[in-house]
Design a protein around this ligand. Structure first.
Ligand code: MG
Length: 383
């Protein structure tokens, strides 16, 4: 199933919210444009031209590191100019099949490609299309009037779209200057070509708005694993008038002694997060011998561990901390601690638990020599 392909990745994606052009963002730990490139190469692409903004060349090279059979080409001012740039960079014969694909549709797979190539046997172009399920309304901006559009026969066009190289090139050559098609099939249609439709797929959705990314994360499922980490910490009581626990200052007739703020709750939880990703322990990342951590707020440690998880394309699913002491009483501060952890980890409250127990006056916590904490964290990571 040999073919060539052009991936259009030159857009700036202003509608997708903060975080830069969408095709260079991460989906389940993999750069969005790389999803498409890998899928097309796996499906049999002999050569793929990825059309990017010249500014994104370094980002693209890094994103595609380790893959072969691709080259970059600088994009044009509009999508259709970028496709033409891709066609010019593609060393293809007239009869060769070329697929044009939007980088912002990362979940393409070989079944889509196979259906398109088959459909092209008796058509000049082929594309996946979905029926329109919702009733369509049209508003008149001048009057505010709303009317209903007949949706019979309407289809939503997706990509990749497949053509013979010579047919598409000739159609673009004949396209009137100054007019901008929104897809490539429209160019072949205007040149008199016949277009075949293959079954569309919700997985071929175009990532356009911020909420689309969460949907794509769900659709790309099955490639995540759940990791568990646990942590334990204890600190000795000494002179003072307050303790820090889970980021909350609690007035007390003693303080916890330690190099940092001695927040045993945050230390145990930091170790749990590090444990879930096999990244050592808090002492590896923040050596107690390092003077810069003297008196440091332990939130720094927790945020560092959380950032390591994000950097691996992962996310924290839930955390559960148990504080072990006779005093201070934890219960009056428990909700503040949960809110503190939820804020530090950017989690909803129902994913954060803080519990407390005594040891019935037994052991070092029972004698109030010190206080202990243990924590468990569940983390989701790309496989
Ligand atoms: Mg500690």
């Amino acid at each position: 199933m040999e073919f060539c392909a052009i991936i259009v990745a030159a857009g700036v994606g202003q509608r997708a919210g903060a975080g830069g052009a969408k095709q260079w963002r991460s989906l389940r730990g993999k750069v969005i444009a790389r999803w498409s490139l890998e899928a097309l190469i796996t499906a049999g692409a002999r050569r793929v031209v990825v059309v990017t903004s010249p500014d994104d060349e370094a980002v693209a090279r890094q994103a595609f590191d380790g893959l072969s059979n691709w080259i970059l080409a600088p994009g044009g001012a509009t999508r259709d100019r970028s496709v033409v740039a891709g066609l010019n960079a593609l060393d293809a014969t007239e009869d060769e099949i070329v697929l044009i694909h939007d980088a912002a549709r990362p979940l393409v797979d070989r079944r889509h490609v196979k259906a398109l190539i088959e459909a092209l046997a008796d058509a000049d172009g082929a594309l996946p299309a979905l029926p329109v399920a919702d009733t369509l309304k049209k508003t008149n901006p001048a009057t505010g009037d709303v009317t209903t559009v007949d949706r019979a026969g309407l289809r939503r066009a997706q990509t990749p779209q497949a053509f013979r190289f010579g047919v598409l090139k000739a159609a673009y050559d004949a396209w009137p200057e100054g007019d901008s098609p929104t897809d490539d099939a429209a160019v072949v249609e205007r040149a008199g070509g016949r277009i075949a439709l293959t079954a569309g797929d919700p997985r071929l959705m175009k990532l356009t708005y911020p909420e689309d990314f969460a949907m794509a994360e769900l659709m790309a499922g099955g490639t995540r694993s759940v990791r568990i980490g646990q942590g334990f910490d204890a600190h000795r009581f000494g002179p003072g008038d307050a303790v820090w626990l889970c980021g909350i200052r609690i007035p007390h007739n003693r303080a916890l002694i330690g190099h940092s703020d001695a927040d045993a709750g945050l230390h145990a939880l930091t170790d749990a997060l590090l444990g879930a990703i096999g990244a050592g322990d808090i002492g590896d990342h923040f050596p107690p011998t390092d003077p810069q951590w003297k008196g440091a707020p332990s939130s720094v440690f927790l945020k560092h561990a959380a950032a390591l998880i994000v950097a691996r394309g992962g996310s924290v699913t839930n955390v559960d901390v148990t504080l072990i002491c006779e005093r201070p009483k934890i219960k009056p501060h428990r909700e503040a601690m949960r809110a503190s952890l939820a804020a530090l980890l950017d989690l909803s409250l129902d994913r954060v638990s803080v519990k407390a127990t005594t040891t019935e006056a037994m052991g070092f916590t029972g004698r109030e020599e010190g206080l202990a904490a243990q924590a468990v964290a569940a983390v989701e990571l790309p496989v």
